[in-house]
Design a protein around this ligand. Structure first.
Ligand code: FAD
Length: 473
């Protein structure tokens, strides 16, 4: 494209959002171009920061007229290189950060209408101030945005009870690829009026349109939450414990996270100030959270009797129940420090996979064995949201082996893990999405029929191909 057309587009953007919100200086643009993990940096013509839906619509329409691609960006915490442009330098980054207003809370309908750039922690705080709960919770909640959460259909630690981001959204406002505003901000729990457009934009990673606001589902704030760490012999025992707790506690069971001994060993080595709840090491651990809308005493009685039953029946080895808020936070910190402990110990080959819960023990055994055969001494770093069938099945280099030399085997390691996932009917992306990182894996594992329908949807909604090109498809 001739540069004068780009100059004209940037002049139009400045007229729409104001000079201060069209960034073209390379140094100022750099943070918007860099992937969260620091492994990749793209380049773009400008970063544009609109402040409301009308401005977003005008920017998208101007980009469509100029045939200039757009990369929607929220908190840039995504882990699959979805919110940064490619290296062609053609795209404009559309940052939604300034669309950060909570528009309304409807306590009787238990909904909140929030703009896309609202930080997740701020949405949680606004719900809490209104005496309710917005249950989406993940370690990046201080930086990620609701628009990014919905565009990646984020999961996190409370999916077991409340579902993922899609399940927490009743309506959307979207600027489509033509720059038109679709007002779908309906706070309805039932709406069978044709195709579920809302669900198309959720999880689309910015490839179909720009989410500008959402109606979010709120829940009554629980009166009590209790946390326990349970020591286990094996992943199979973890699945049995999960079944027992679901049977005894029902909807009160809000979290069930699996962590291997190797994961907690990494945390202990990298963060020695964190507590070590058990005197001896066990092969596996489950972090369990129970919530109650009745009382502390009710939650405690339920948790203690359920875990007591598990210990007696041999479904668990040992257990620590937090007796204070501080102790509960300390137990959760063990879980939250696994990714930083991994990063500090050296890069891993990562997999964010989803499996039927019942198949997880067998999958771990088979994947561990296959990897040991191919790469003797490699160390699986296995943890995740077991209650949702979501494992972070990461693989660290054998002790003493140069990390870069091991990372060179990424393709072969991915093949072993993802082929096995496909064999047992699982998914290669449970919650992080596809972005640029897993695009080739998607083509490998989706059927031609499924890919064909996805491409048809993309072509119908974004015929010019300007919405986040090169992501997902
Ligand atoms: P970004 O990274 O800015 O964007 C993500 C994608 O959404 C991109 O494709 C982007 O183009 C698109 N997008 C962003 N905003 C919009 C919009 N308004 N309209 C259209 N498209 C848009 N994820 C989980 O699911 N569960 C976890 O437990 C979890 N834990 C994490 C822990 C850490 C420490 C980190 C760094 C990340 C974690 N993530 C997790 C991944 C990440 O936080 C989520 O994917 C999050 O939802 C991304 O939100 P964001 O605002 O940062 O989006």
């Amino acid at each position: 494209m001739a540069e004068p057309r780009v100059d004209a587009l940037l002049a139009r953007c400045r007229a729409i959002v104001g000079d201060a919100y069209v960034v073209t200086d390379a140094v100022a643009m750099a943070p918007f171009m860099a992937d969260w993990r620091g492994r990749y940096s793209g380049s773009g013509r400008a970063v544009v920061l609109p402040s409301d839906t009308a401005q977003v619509a005008a920017i998208v329409a101007a980009c469509a007229a100029a045939r200039v691609p757009l990369v929607p960006q929220g908190g840039r915490t995504g882990l699959v290189m979805g919110s940064v442009p490619d290296t062609s330098g053609h795209a404009i980054v559309l940052s939604l950060r300034r669309l950060n207003r909570i528009r309304a809370i409807d306590p009787l309908n238990r909904t909140m209408t929030a703009e896309a750039g609202c930080i997740l922690a701020d949405v949680q705080a606004a719900a809490s101030a209104a005496g309710m709960l917005f249950p989406l919770s993940l370690a990046a909640e201080g930086s990620c945005t609701i628009g990014g959460n919905l565009s990646t259909n984020a999961g996190g630690t409370a999916v077991l009870r409340y579902g993922n981001a899609r399940a927490l959204c009743l309506g959307l406002e979207v600027v489509n690829a033509q720059g038109e505003v679709w007002d779908g901000l309906r706070g309805l729990r039932k709406d069978n009026t044709g195709y579920a457009l809302r669900d198309l934009f959720i999880g689309a990673e910015g490839t179909l349109g720009v989410i500008t606001a959402a109606v979010l589902t709120l829940y009554p704030a629980p009166r009590a939450a209790l946390t326990a760490l349970v020591a286990l012999d094996s992943p199979r025992q973890a699945v049995e414990l999960l079944g027992l707790l679901q049977a005894r506690c029902g909807a009160s069971l809000t979290g069930f996270e699996l962590m291997s001994a190797f994961c907690l060993g990494l945390v202990a080595a990298q963060f020695p100030a964190l507590p070590r709840p058990f005197a001896q090491q066990h092969p596996q651990y489950a972090l369990v959270e129970l919530s109650s809308n009745e009382s502390d005493a009710h939650a405690q009685a339920l948790l203690e009797s359920s875990i007591g039953e598990a210990l007696e029946s041999g479904a668990a080895r040992d257990a620590v129940v937090a007796t204070s808020h501080q102790q509960a936070m300390d137990l959760w910190r063990l879980r939250e420090h696994i990714p930083p402990a991994q990063a500090a110990a050296g890069k891993n080959i990562k997999h964010d996979i989803s499996l039927a819960v019942s198949r997880i023990p067998d999958f771990i055994a088979r994947a561990d064995a296959a990897l040991q055969q191919a790469f003797p001494g490699c160390r699986p770093v296995t943890f995740g949201h077991l209650g949702d069938g979501n494992l972070h099945y990461n693989v660290a280099a054998p002790a003493g082996e140069a990390i870069d030399a091991f990372l060179a085997h990424q393709e072969a390691v991915n093949r072993i893990v993802h082929d096995l996932v496909a064999q047992v009917g699982g998914s290669i992306s449970a919650e992080h999405g596809i972005g640029m990182l897993k695009r080739e894996e998607l083509v490998r594992y989706k059927s031609p029929v499924e890919l064909g329908m996805m491409r048809a949807i993309k072509a119908a909604l974004d015929p010019l191909g300007i919405m986040n090109p090169g992501k997902i498809l």
